[in-house]
Design a protein around this ligand. Structure first.
Ligand SMILES: Cc1cc2nc3c(=O)[nH]c(=O)nc-3n(C[C@H](O)[C@H](O)[C@H](O)COP(=O)(O)O)c2cc1C
Length: 487
């Protein structure tokens, strides 16, 4: 489990030989081309607009809104940093619940009439900070990610899940304490949630956002529909039924606000849930990740984008059908992610150091990075007219721009999405584009504190590297928690 640290690889050649030793397919350029000729600075023509470069800020929740779903000073600071970054595509800023009961934590933002001025303020903060650093905003494309947290709802108390499930999942139910008598959402309740999405999209449009994301990733409600094979009725079983939720939201939005661009963030593939190997850990260190038990003689009907006979293997056939459906619905903005941070974090956000509810990495995290890159590349070659944003690049650290530039210039992806890295190093896109260099001290080393903190009811942020968070009392709380002194 001693994977070589990326920071110890001195130069592109050392990185390449490490890649070769892992026998993975991951290429990079030798030098970063700066200025307008550099692929990362290329414009992207989309919906009549020239989006100004190829960096995208992924949605990154801070678990720091007020209880009624409005922005706090923490939220405002984060959005200001997103604007300053110079990235020209901002995917939602972060997940906004479409209804209070659908929040992933008591401090999630909510799209509602009461919160209009707060949502408008966040947009303005981002535009202002972007204008100040970049001199123009006409080439910035900014959306809102709309979500209902489904199985992972924790709307009112930090210590109490209040799941909204579509079907009983044998592994996730037992992992998260849902018993077999727990009710599944009925079709009428789903209809109300669909209406909430449509209303939220209307608000986003009226407040000037360029697009909304109908989130279908990470185990949340939209994603769970895609694996609802065992659900009966209008929203389960056939592919057509499992995509009805999306289709009804899209048709409602088109009827209300036809000019609003729609995007989808998708977990394009999944794997079995993982857990720490009980034999491998101790009180100080979690065990290595191993998959939950699955009887190989049976069929696993609880996933999307995986092989039902071998749920550790990817199968993109339904993912392709889903993308074909998106094209048919005239949705051409897709952000590809995978799995879920709640049950297989190593595939979704490859890291050397696990979050407190995770496990030691079962593979070199670069294998996870390459897996996401290669899936996006396969999807892009099949759907060249869809604009794809890729995810999971933060673990590349020093080599992120070298890999990113190669992926853009070879048209394997359209935008390099930045998640954890933007929390530690918000100026990265500007630095890379202007001088091709990164500030080593700010590079995210994937300590996972940004995930561990909210898993334990603390706000999220980059506690190891961002001085602002480092000096908060929450940083001490987190240190005590990690050393076993509290909670
Ligand atoms: C603290 C934190 C908050 C996140 N919040 C969201 C979110 O609100 N919506 C979402 O789709 N993904 C969210 N993600 C996932 C990221 O957008 C991204 O997919 C993931 O971190 C992998 O990309 P990276 O390697 O650049 O970090 C979050 C991740 C982290 C670490």
């Amino acid at each position: 489990m001693n994977y070589p640290r990326i920071s110890a690889l001195k130069g592109v050649e050392a990185f390449r030989s490490h890649i070769a030793s892992l026998k993975i397919d991951l290429n990079c350029d030798d030098e970063i081309i700066t200025g307008p000729k550099g692929p990362l600075s290329w414009q992207y023509r989309f919906c009549g607009k020239n989006i100004g470069n190829r960096f995208c800020i992924h949605p990154m929740e801070g678990w720091d809104a007020t209880r009624d779903g409005k922005a706090s000073d923490f939220t405002r600071r984060r959005w200001s940093k997103f604007g300053e970054s110079g990235a020209k595509l901002v995917w939602g800023g972060e997940a906004f619940a479409v209804t209070e009961k659908g929040k992933a934590n008591p401090n999630q933002l909510i799209v509602s009439d009461e919160n209009r001025s707060s949502i408008a303020e966040l947009r303005q903060i981002l535009l202002d900070s972007h204008l100040e650093k970049m001199g123009r905003v006409d080439d910035l494309f900014l959306g809102l990610q709309l979500t209902h947290s489904g199985r992972f709802c924790k709307p009112f108390r930090k210590d109490k899940m209040e799941p909204a499930i579509l079907y009983h999942h044998p592994l996730l139910d037992s992992k998260f304490g849902i018993d077999e008598s727990y009710p599944v959402l009925n079709d009428g309740e789903i209809q109300v949630i669909i209406d909430n999405y449509i209303y939220a999209a209307k608000i986003a449009w009226e407040l000037g956002y360029d697009f909304v994301d109908i989130k279908h990733c990470h185990g949340y409600l939209g994603h769970e529909f895609l694996s609802a094979h065992r659900r009966s009725g209008r929203f389960g079983g056939s592919f057509e039924n499992r995509t009805r939720f999306l289709r009804e939201i899209v048709s409602g939005i088109r009827a209300e606000v036809p000019q609003l661009v729609i995007g989808v963030r998708l977990s394009a593939f999944d794997k079995l849930p993982f857990k720490p190997d009980p034999k491998g850990g101790d009180s100080k260190k979690l065990g290595k990740g191993i998959p939950e038990f699955f009887d190989k003689s049976s069929i696993y009907e609880y996933g999307f984008g995986l092989n039902k006979s071998d749920p550790l293997e990817i199968d993109l056939s339904e993912t392709m059908l889903f993308l074909a459906l998106l094209e048919k619905l005239d949705i051409r903005l897709v952000n590809i992610s995978c799995g879920s941070p709640y049950y297989n974090p190593h595939i979704q956000r490859p890291a050397l150091f696990p979050p407190s509810d995770g496990y030691q990495p079962p593979e070199d995290p670069l294998v996870g990075v390459a897996r996401q890159i290669n899936v996006v590349s396969a999807l892009k070659s099949t759907f060249p007219n869809i604009c794809f944003v890729g995810s999971g690049y933060s673990y590349l650290q020093e080599f992120l721009p070298y890999v990113g530039q190669r992926l853009i210039s070879t048209e394997q992806v359209d935008f390099i999405g930045l998640g954890r890295m933007i929390l530690s190093y918000p100026d990265l896109p500007r630095d890379v584009i202007s001088n091709g260099e990164m500030k080593r001290k700010l590079i995210c080393r994937t300590f996972s504190d940004c995930t561990t903190a909210p898993r334990n009811g603390i706000i999220s942020g980059c506690f190891p590297l961002d001085k602002f968070y480092k000096n908060l009392e929450q940083a001490k709380e987190l240190r005590d928690l990690k050393s076993g002194k509290s909670r």
